[in-house]
Design a protein around this ligand. Sequence first.
Ligand SMILES: [Zn+2]
Length: 422
Amino acid sequence: MPAIAYLECARCHHRVSADTPQTLCPIDAGSLYVRYDMEALKKTARRERPAEIAAAANAAGKTSAGMWRYADVLPDVEPVSLGEGWTSMIASQRYAGLFVKEEGANPTGTFKARGLGLAVTMAKQYGLRHLAVPSAGNAAGALAAYAAAAGIAAHIFMPQDVPLANYLEGIVYGADVTMVDGLISDCARMVGERIKAQKEAGMAAEDVWFDISTLKEPFRVEGKKTMGYELVEQLGWTYPDAVFYPTGGGVGLIGMWKAFEEMEELGWVRGKRPRMYALQATGCAPMAKAFDAGAAASEFFQNADTFAAGLRVPKPYGDAIILDIVRASGGKVLASDDATILASILDWAKHEGLFLSPEGAAATAAYDTLLASGEIKAGERVVLFNTGAGLKYTDMTADAMKLRRPGSLPTSLPVGGIITPV
Ligand SMILES: [Zn+2]
């Protein structure tokens, strides 16, 4: 595993040391990327090693190496792991060339496990004791789980109308949960205010919360980049023609692009990079709006409303980076409405046996649209991310379907009403 050479600002390329915990670039508040000594890495990191690392982990009786099969290109640290990563890539039964990357198989049921698995690993290494996150829901669940595994306190802020599963997992994992009457942007403001107040009150450094928000620290991107390594390895170390990625905060898209850059430098993959498609819901589509307008950044999307809870991010912090990547790759940002997303959930469940998250179905819905328009050709190799398990959204999806439990059960059960202590 390589030592981190330095952290580099995505905007101004200013370099910062990774010896102490870092948030944003001190000069212009740009996001920081983890950089290694690539010349040294060329000598030590080998394309065959991921399989060897995984085999060694299995032989040692550990849980599968998961995303840590890419230890050669991740920070040199003892992982806090719950078995995240190395998810299946499932070939569609109906569309030749289309593969679904099933991120619902991760711990806590979503792709968030990768970024928070690595970010919490680093937090433990740094000796941080309090982590705080504003979340649209699934990042909160993942932080709660990994913080519990690491023995670190998690403070999570999420909208009060998140899927019930997100609230439940926060409580079950023992996190400090605050439900907010607002959106993730309101949650982010509250986290910022709390931390500011803690500092002003002169609280001891180790008691001040560390903000582990999307793109406001370097390691969530670094964990998410493993999706890029994985999809290329699973395609026999070749690029697909296109990647379809549901985009709220867009960390995975940024992480995958970083992975492609690294793999090319290491000589692990060649050829044209895939066209990157960022998919949103029309009820919250700041990126689609900015893309269509030819803008360099997004504007705050007013009255965000969609049952694809993970896409309710009115202004992603990494908006400019996402737009750059999508444009450079020849891809697009596209939004689908909730009715079309729901129809796609039912279509994929009934015809392929896959219960997609609403975010994943925003990607399948867009695939249908782009296939019909001829932008995607039949047979083109496309990797589409189902970023979470459909089962994490039972209440939201049932609501969208206007589905009620049959029989006389009350709509809200008293605590302990189902499982009695006897
Ligand atoms: Zn900077």
